[in-house]
Design a protein around this ligand. Structure first.
Ligand code: UD1
Length: 331
């Protein structure tokens, strides 16, 4: 299939591009480079040994995106492009609603105009809000704690309504748990601008000595050791989950968790990182972070049954691959 990948130079989009090409799909990338580097394109072309058509456009720009749809007859779209920093979304809600909603609506409109029926959307476990894990796809969604999370819930709603109004559409809403790790080549991975917000990129900066210590946000949650529990999934497994979702699409709107079904605490992740990489990660327990929940992990059985997708890589591989990528960074 010929697939448009928006945000294809970002963390998850770049890994998915590799897995799509490995399965003989053709990829065209649109990415406005707001949170990605153009060098990633060259690296992707090196890893895949393919020339990948690339457009540095903003997905909210209907005219520019229309040109792309005229130049290529796509079989499907995987929509990753979006703003994703939780804290920033609280400071700049309008930018988040504007960017994340308009991009999704623009793409959906173009898909309708060009009879592109397959649409895979990058959603998040954050749409479940604070409710008891394991989280299942049929659960009623609870209010999320920030505008970023709301944009994901709203995009799911928009795509569901479009899917019901236009039965030709084949839509998959993928709710990611916590993607970490990097490609085994060590050449692509997660490289956020500035000081990282998420746990793994912070750990790698501390291990490297660029940041002095990790703040562990709370050790008084009702969990195995008091620290937050999350369902970490290797980004390469997550990427394979997208290919499975795309290849199994059928008419209608489908929702899948992409996780491992297992919870890991902050302290367990730190200990594994130290053990497999033979490095120290100094940390300090500090107050809870606003908006955090104690425990969040998936029930991964629906993706297993319907997509035949099971995440294969464990925490040790995630830690090893994240560290290998960090050590390849020049900054
Ligand atoms: C966060 C977002 C979520 C988003 C996801 C993207 C919040 C509340 N949620 O999820 O909406 O989809 O990132 O990957 O921000 N932790 C520390 N110290 C740190 C950083 C994190 O102890 O410096 C802890 C957190 O308290 C949490 C765990 O590590 O228990 C994971 O945190 P993080 O990587 O930020 O992911 P989430 O909060 O699960």
């Amino acid at each position: 299939m010929k697939i448009l990948v928006t945000g294809g130079l970002g963390f998850i989009g770049s890994h998915t591009t590799i897995e799509l090409i490995a399965k003989k799909h053709e990829v065209v990338i649109v990415d406005n480079l707001v949170n990605a580097k153009i060098d990633v394109l060259t690296i992707l072309e090196g890893i895949t040994n393919e020339t990948i058509p690339f457009y540095p456009y903003d997905v909210t720009n209907y005219e520019k995106m229309s040109e792309v749809f005229q130049q290529h007859q796509f079989d499907g779209v995987i929509h990753f492009a979006g703003l994703k920093a939780v804290g920033e979304s609280v400071e700049k809600p309008l930018e988040y609603y504007q960017n994340n909603l308009i991009s999704t609506m623009t793409l959906t409109q173009l898909c309708r105009e060009h009879a592109v029926h397959k649409f895979v959307f990058s959603s998040s476990a954050t749409v479940y809000g604070d409710q008891e894990s394991p989280l299942m796809e049929h659960f009623e969604l609870k209010k999320t704690t920030n505008p970023y999370g709301e944009t994901k819930a709203m995009c799911e709603r928009i795509l569901s309504d479009v899917g019901h109004a236009r039965p030709a559409f084949e839509i998959s809403l993928l709710r990611y748990f916590n993607p970490i790790g990097a490609h085994e080549s060590g050449l692509i991975g997660e490289n956020p601008n500035g000081i990282p917000n998420n746990l793994m990129p912070y750990i790698t900066k501390v291990a490297k000595g660029e940041l002095s210590k990790l703040n562990v946000f709370g050790d008084d949650y009702d969990t195995v050791d008091g620290t937050g529990v999350r369902d970490y999934i290797h980004v390469v497994d997550l990427a394979k989950g997208h290919v499975a979702a795309l290849e199994h699409l059928t008419k209608g709107v489908h929702i899948y968790n992409l996780g491992t079904g297992k919870g890991t605490s902050v302290l367990e992740l730190i200990q594994t990182f130290e053990a497999v990489n033979h490095v120290n990660v100094p940390f300090e327990i500090v107050a809870r972070r606003a908006g955090d929940i104690a425990t969040c992990y998936s029930d991964a059985s629906k993706a297993k049954e319907e997509l035949h997708f099971v995440a294969e890589k464990g925490i040790a591989e995630m830690c090893r691959d994240a560290w290998r990528f960090e050590n390849n960074q020049l900054n």
